[in-house]
Design a protein around this ligand. Sequence first.
Ligand code: G6P
Length: 613
Amino acid sequence: MCGIVGYIGPRDATPIVLNGLKRLEYRGYDSAGLAVLQNSHIEVRRDAGKLARLSALVNEAPVHGHVGIGHTRWATHGAPSARNAHPHLGMTGNVVVVHNGIVENFLELRAELSAEGVVFKSDTDTEVIVHLVERYLATDTALPEAVRRALLLLKGAHGVVVLSSKEPDKIVAARIGNAGGVVVGFGEGEMFVASDMPAILEHTRQMVFLESRQMAVITSQGLEVQTLEGKAVQYEIHSVAWDPVAAEKGEYRHFMQKEIHEQVRSLTDTIAGRVDFEEGRIRLPELNLTPELAQRIRKIVITACGTASHAGMVGKVLIERIARLPVEVDIASEFRYRDPIVDHDTVVLAISQSGETADTLAAMEEARRKGAILWANVNVIGSQAMRVADGYISMQTGPEIGVASTKAYTAPLVDLYMLAVLLADLRGVLDEQTRRRLVNDLRLVPDLAGRCLDREAEVEKVARALVNTRHCLYLGRGINMPTAYEGALKLKEISYIHAEGYPAGEMKHGPIALIDKDMPVVVIALRDPWYEKMFSQIEQAKARGGTVVALATDGDSLIATKADHVVWLPETPWMLSPAIAVIPLQMLAYHIAALRGLDVDQPRNLAKSVTVE
Ligand code: G6P
């Protein structure tokens, strides 16, 4: 996951930046770099590889100064290499930028800047930012104003930090949406900035967290904050606890809440390095999927437990729809005892956050015994499931601490979408235009997730209304049927409220008998191919006196007149909607449990990783 650190003050910035980056190392990265202002000149050191490589570069060609910024990068646009590593310098050599997030409209902006004579030196989306800043600096604008104007042109979610040798007394940092945070730390005559608190915690406990669309101008003496619209903001300084666990939780009350909010970042990292937006192609090299193998596969069996099995259900819809390959989904504890029909032309794909779930591993063993091709989609690098598989896709979420899985649910949804596109491409069942559209849609995902997170207060209101309920029914259909299952699972896991997910079409065959005023029904009714069917579910539930909470697409005024509560979602390509629609349901479960005062991160009787049968 990308990380940012910056320093301004009397000390040497280089070791402070390097140490800060070291503290973010556990998040994973594939290149690193720093920029330090040395004698009115910006010096950049950067390369692919680990921080040891960056330290070696700094030892070979030392750099010292009182202002510096650094970055660890997970490649999104362009391979991990020295030229694509951050920081990125502009044409003048006077401005430098580090960035977390994806510039969704970078192709358009790059074309525009190239037409203005800008020569690009990297394959990154980030580089457009530094050139845009220089465009405005060229008209005698001061750095903060130039950054502000540049940022207004970006689509997507971003954390950005900028330095200029022409204005050496300041660092400008901004946050747009939720591509990770931007935190500013106060020292004695010195200031720090970072994407995450642990990077600067050894220096200060006094922190300001930027909100979305806020920009900070940081000098060694303090900080000014304004909105991207240029309005001054009164900020609040938080005194954070020293305890490393609390520090890791940051501004959140529970890990689960933090992990829900981390999804913009984990989804950015999920597509990082796997998507070639220019060619409209997917790369999943660790899967070892050759065109010959792709042609040979007759069937895919997805096997998993718990939340991961719900991800598998979405995967079935995606792979069947996009790659036209039959997919079965089997709960791992069932698969292993059923003498399943798999052979050399069957892929058995295990999905597991931990990669250590006993039933999932046993299912993999059974598949191995029968000669199937074994794939794994796992989060924990080096786990057993990853080791025994013939190929794998790693979830790029970073560690997940909350027992109830959140970010390790949305990451595999996107992994499976990418897998479906890759399989379809290699099997020759996709026309170029559709392939490009499907790939292009991926860049919308992180920001769409962020826009759901921005509406947390609305979801909390619904949580207040439901806090005392004893039962809850979740209905979904098509690609969002598993979203209903997952929403219900989240609620029962952490709030101990009885909740059931149901395929909406089955309501008339049973659950409808339960509906009355004491049985709230959560209906996922997005503008997708199942919309009309879902709308009629709302009418049926209302006709029987049920309380309806609808998940609806922005602007659906009809639903607003029918449902008791509406949670709005931004318009999303339907094949990617499960990764977005589940976010409000995660927040709903979280807030209900938190309002009930429960141990959200460690619910009773549940374990993060179930290593027994
Ligand atoms: C446990 C956890 C769930 C998780 C399931 C599968 O039950 O509490 O959150 O979904 O195991 O875990 P895995 O690590 O295989 O994804």
